[in-house]
Design a protein around this ligand. Structure first.
Ligand SMILES: [Zn+2]
Length: 65
């Protein structure tokens, strides 16, 4: 018997420019895009200051829909 994984939300990952409030720089991290909303994928760290980037602000998504 095979088990099918059902995802509740059709989120997709995409690289995006995210503003890091810790080091006040824009960095490239993965974000989760759902519809017109995008949020930082949890558990990532800022590549510049190594702080948790969860609170970062998504500025622009590299892959335009
Ligand atoms: Zn940072």
């Amino acid at each position: 018997m095979s088990q099918v994984m059902i995802q509740p939300k059709p989120l997709r990952e995409a690289p995006a420019s995210v503003y890091c409030p810790i080091c006040t720089h824009t960095v490239q991290v993965q974000v989760l895009v759902g519809g017109k909303q995008a949020r930082v994928k949890p558990g990532q760290k800022c590549p510049r200051c190594a702080s948790c980037i969860d609170a970062g602000c998504v500025l622009s998504i590299s892959q335009a829909a």
